[in-house]
Write a protein that binds this ligand. Structure first.
Ligand SMILES: CC(C)(COP(=O)(O)OP(=O)(O)OC[C@H]1O[C@@H](n2cnc3c(N)ncnc32)[C@H](O)[C@@H]1OP(=O)(O)O)[C@@H](O)C(=O)NCCC(=O)NCCS
Length: 241
């Protein structure tokens, strides 16, 4: 089992898998979402420093939104871990099998007493193809992309992320995106192509991706309206050569 989880570590007390950020952020780990994350999620996603930069978020962000989301991401994470368990049975001595998702998307800060606090979220999703303007065509490419099997190098992914405002500007998300790409996305999901859209004014978010090797393809007007405001988006793209 442990082999097919590579390079996830296992918390010896709880059995929970995790990835640890490198120094100087070694007190920050990525874990699966947990039942009980809702209250912290509600606190941060109602913060304008966070939701002001996010596209598809219901505001105010209510307990029912958080319940729905935590159930959704928990089911995804559990399904990924289940498929890793199945791979361990089928291929006990390897080779490592591709999986369709990343089970550890919740960023937590570990305190000195060993307890941890949810401080953010970062994960891969299959692309929404906002760059395809024709609605019928967009739906077609979304569906084609969604049908592809785990590990297919032609899948187009995107990354969604947010970090508690108290932790902005310390290099945490740059490190987290880098770790997820190199430790999980590329080797374990077979990711070869990622397209991210940020609001044009979201320089911090663009920098996170640029610092991880994404190419800034410029700003585009897709006719996007978010909470009543027109939004120009920056497209950032990463493709393995
Ligand atoms: C975007 C976000 C995830 C960045 O996380 P972070 O951990 O603060 O980012 P980092 O500390 O790794 O910073 C990365 C780079 O962005 C720069 N940066 C960070 N915040 C910035 C800001 N508000 N304005 C300008 N640059 C900023 C940093 O200086 C750094 O660049 P540098 O090394 O060239 O100086 C975080 O600010 C956030 O959660 N914002 C709200 C939600 C959001 O925007 N999500 C992304 C939607 S696309």
């Amino acid at each position: 089992m442990t082999y097919q989880l590579h390079p996830l570590e296992i918390n010896p007390k709880t059995g929970e898998p995790f990835l640890r950020l490198a120094a100087p952020h070694q007190n920050i780990i990525l874990t699966p979402p947990r039942q009980g994350d809702q209250s912290v999620l509600i606190q941060h996603l109602n913060d304008p420093a966070i939701y002001g930069w996010m596209q598809a978020l219901p505001i105010p962000y209510l307990p029912e939104h958080a319940d729905f989301w935590i159930q959704f991401v928990k089911e995804e994470s559990d399904a990924t871990l289940e498929s890793l368990r199945k791979s361990a049975e089928d291929f006990p001595n390897g080779p490592l099998q591709f999986v369709g998702g990343n089970p550890v998307g919740h960023l937590r800060e570990v305190k000195e007493d060993g307890t941890d606090v949810l401080i953010g979220d970062v994960n891969f999703r299959r692309s929404a193809f906002e760059e395809v303007l024709d609605e019928v065509e967009r739906k077609r490419v979304q569906e084609d992309n969604a049908k592809k099997q785990a590990g297919d190098p032609t899948i187009q992914y995107t990354i969604g992320d947010w970090l508690a405002a108290s932790h902005h500007g310390r290099g945490i998300m740059t490190a987290a995106v880098g770790l997820l790409m190199t430790a999980w996305g590329i080797p374990r999901m077979g990711i070869r192509h990622v397209v991210v859209h940020t609001f044009a004014e979201n320089i911090g978010s663009s920098r996170v991706f640029e610092k991880n090797g994404f190419v800034n393809r410029g700003q585009f007007d897709y006719g996007k309206i978010v909470r009543g405001e027109k939004k120009i988006l920056t497209l950032l793209e990463w493709k393995q050569a």
